[in-house]
Design a protein around this ligand. Structure first.
Ligand SMILES: [Zn+2]
Length: 284
C-alpha cells in the first residue's frame, strides 16, 4: 500500500509532553500565568501554551523547566486556538481570516471542541470541511466532560479524513482548574528540546494525543503501522469512515496497511477511559 503522506517519516529518540490549551486568572482560569507553568512543571510537562480568552498571557520570566508557548483562544461565537502568537484579533473577523492571519504569524491553529453544546455542533461539519489551512481539531477536550455535548470528536475527525481533509487530532485539557491538569496532553517527537522543534512537530503531525496512555514508539514503514505503548491493553487500526480494520491485544502492535483505505491511524486503549491516538498516514 503506497503511502502518500507519513507524518512519522522522520523519527527521533526524544518525546516531549505538553499542554496546548490552558486558561489563567487573566480570563476564567484558577492560577496566575507563573503558577500555571509551575503546576505543569510539577506534573512533568515539557511545554505549555497559555491560551486565555481573547487576551495573551505571559509569565514574568523564563521558566527553568517549561518551554513556554504564547497563545490565545479566539472566542468569537466559535472558538479557535491560536498558539505561538502574541496578538489578539477582532471577534468579527471571518474564521478563514483568523486562520490565515495566525499562519502569517507562524502560529498553530486548532479548531476547538467541535462537539460542545446541546446539539453537539460548536463547529458544524460544513465549516470544518470548508475552512482551509488550519492544522487540526480537538479530538478530546477535557472541559466538555463537565458541559453539554461530547468531549470527544473522533467521529468528526474520521468524517473529515474520509473526505480527504488533512487535519491532525489534538487532545487538550482546556485547563481552567488545577484538578484538570494531567487529564490530556500531546507528546511530540523531536530532535531537540526547543520551542521551534515542538511547534514544527505539532504542525507536521509528528506527535500523538493522549488521555493517559503513553506511547514510546510510532513507525510507519514497509506497509506496516507499528506502535509500542507502555500501558495499553488493546490497539486498533482505524481507517476510512472510522472502520476498525484490525484489533491487537497488548501494548505492542504491528498492523499491516493492506486492508486500510484512504488513511490509517491507531487508537490505543488503556485502563478505564484512558486512550492514545496517533496521527493518520495518508494512503494512495
Ligand atoms: Zn478554552
Amino acid at each position: 500500500m503506497p503511502i502518500r503522506h507519513n507524518p512519522y517519516a522522520q523519527r527521533y529518540s526524544l518525546w516531549l509532553r505538553g499542554n496546548l490549551h490552558a486558561h489563567t486568572n487573566l480570563s476564567d482560569g484558577e492560577l496566575s500565568p507563573d503558577d500555571t507553568l509551575d503546576a505543569f512543571a510539577r506534573r512533568g510537562y515539557d511545554f505549555v501554551a497559555l491560551t486565555d480568552h481573547d487576551i495573551v498571557a505571559s509569565p514574568n520570566g523564563l521558566h527553568p523547566q517549561i518551554l513556554f508557548l504564547s497563545g490565545v483562544e479566539h472566542s468569537a461565537q466559535q472558538h479557535i486556538l491560536r498558539v505561538n502568537v502574541t496578538s489578539t484579533l477582532p471577534r468579527d473577523l471571518s474564521y478563514q481570516s483568523v486562520i490565515d492571519l495566525t499562519l502569517q504569524e507562524d502560529g498553530l491553529v486548532i479548531l476547538n471542541h467541535p462537539n460542545w453544546g446541546e446539539n453537539y455542533d460548536h463547529w458544524h461539519h460544513a465549516q470544518l470541511l470548508h475552512l482551509e489551512r488550519y492544522h487540526g481539531i480537538e479530538i478530546y477536550n477535557n472541559v466538555i466532560e463537565y458541559l453539554e455535548g461530547s468531549p470527544y470528536a473522533l467521529d468528526r475527525w474520521d468524517l473529515l479524513l474520509s473526505e480527504g481533509k488533512r487535519v491532525w487530532g489534538y487532545a487538550n485539557e482546556d485547563t481552567h482548574r488545577v484538578f484538570q491538569m494531567g487529564s490530556a496532553w500531546n507528546a511530540v517527537n523531536v530532535h531537540e528540546r526547543s520551542r521551534e522543534a515542538v511547534l514544527d512537530a505539532l504542525k507536521e503531525g509528528r506527535f500523538y494525543a493522549s488521555t493517559g496512555v503513553v506511547l514510546e514508539e510510532i513507525s510507519v514503514e514497509d506497509g506496516y503501522y507499528r506502535v509500542r505503548a507502555t500501558n495499553a491493553r488493546e490497539m486498533r487500526l482505524i481507517s476510512m469512515h472510522g472502520e476498525v480494520v484490525e484489533r491487537s491485544p497488548g501494548h505492542i502492535a504491528t498492523f499491516s496497511l493492506h486492508k486500510a483505505r484512504g488513511y490509517a491511524r491507531v487508537e490505543a486503549f488503556g485502563e478505564g477511559q484512558s486512550r492514545a491516538w496517533t496521527q493518520p498516514v495518508f494512503l494512495e
